[in-house]
Design a protein around this ligand. Structure first.
Ligand SMILES: NC(=O)c1ccc[n+]([C@@H]2O[C@H](COP(=O)([O-])OP(=O)(O)OC[C@H]3O[C@@H](n4cnc5c(N)ncnc54)[C@H](OP(=O)(O)O)[C@@H]3O)[C@@H](O)[C@H]2O)c1
Length: 246
């Protein structure tokens, strides 16, 4: 099987910043996008919002009324209030503003059923289809689809419901016809202070490894309306992140 890595996503931080600034500065080539982030108050979602904000995009965070917004302190973003499991709330958010891109970084709470991932993705797909969204970026998990074969058997019983539900969500997004980017990760870690992340995307669905939330945030911003990311299922891996490390 042919696997691709993405050179733009592997350049150093300074050149990457210059490149991103150039893309945002060039009118008509890569203009700032209107992006709505589901799960934007979460550990991964807040890093996505940070990276989108830094890249000059207009960001809306879809959040529950009672969400803790402390991770978003100092960032520029709008808000859409609602519950992602209620399709009427999701529809209302898309009726209030036009979005180019949707990022789904939702994770279910302890007491929510695994079908959370199906219900929320269905609500997002319906609203995105109705309003001409140009890209849905779905944060998924290794263990879904072709990557089931590399998922550790010891973890499967406790994760089966979630991974199967995430599989349904992925398949429904792909079948929807909306341009999509699926970014799976196997192990998510917070960024250790003083360590420059080296996260990269690969289409090799046998790659199992860890990635930091900061790295995943950056990769999400780099994939926003990027032609090379459309219609792709990626695994995100940072070779520095080891399995057991917290
Ligand atoms: N942790 C790992 O090692 C790991 C590994 C593989 C994949 N992942 C995946 O990575 C993704 C993000 O993980 P994370 O660690 O960032 O999760 P997290 O910190 O728990 O964030 C979850 C987000 O989802 C939001 N949310 C939950 N229920 C909602 C609802 N009904 N309506 C609106 N928003 C709702 C939360 O909002 P509130 O602020 O209101 O709670 C929060 O913003 C998930 O898809 C997860 O499955 C994680």
């Amino acid at each position: 099987m042919l696997h691709r890595t993405f050179p733009l996503l592997r350049i150093g931080p300074v050149r990457r910043m210059l490149f991103t600034a150039l893309l945002v500065a060039l009118p008509g080539w890569a203009a700032a996008a209107e992006v709505i982030v589901f799960g934007g108050t979460g550990k991964l979602g807040a890093q996505v919002v940070r990276a989108l904000d830094a890249a000059g995009h207009d960001v809306t965070v879809f959040r529950r009324d009672a969400s803790d917004v402390s991770r978003l302190k100092g960032l520029k973003y709008r808000e859409a209030i609602g519950d992602a499991t209620r399709s009427a709330d999701v529809q209302a958010a898309f009726a209030a503003r036009r979005y180019d891109v949707v990022v789904d970084a939702l994770a279910k709470g302890r007491n929510q059923p695994a079908t959370f991932y199906i219900d929320t993705q269905r609500a997002i797909i319906a609203a995105a289809q109705a309003t001409g969204v140009k890209q849905v970026i779905l944060h998924g998990s290794v263990g879904v689809g072709d990557s089931r074969s590399i998922y550790p058997e010891s973890r499967w019983p406790s994760m089966q419901d979630v991974l199967e539900a995430k599989g349904v969500a992925e398949r429904e997004l792909i079948a929807s016809g909306i341009p999509y980017t699926i970014i799976r990760n196997a192990v998510l870690r917070d960024d250790p202070p003083g360590v420059q992340e080296q996260a990269a995307l690969t289409t090799d669905q046998t790659r199992f490894g860890g990635v930091t939330r900061g790295g995943l945030g950056r990769l999400t911003a780099e994939c926003t309306l990027a032609q090379a990311c459309l219609g792709q299922i990626f695994h995100a891996v940072d070779p520095q992140v080891t399995w057991g490390a917290r």
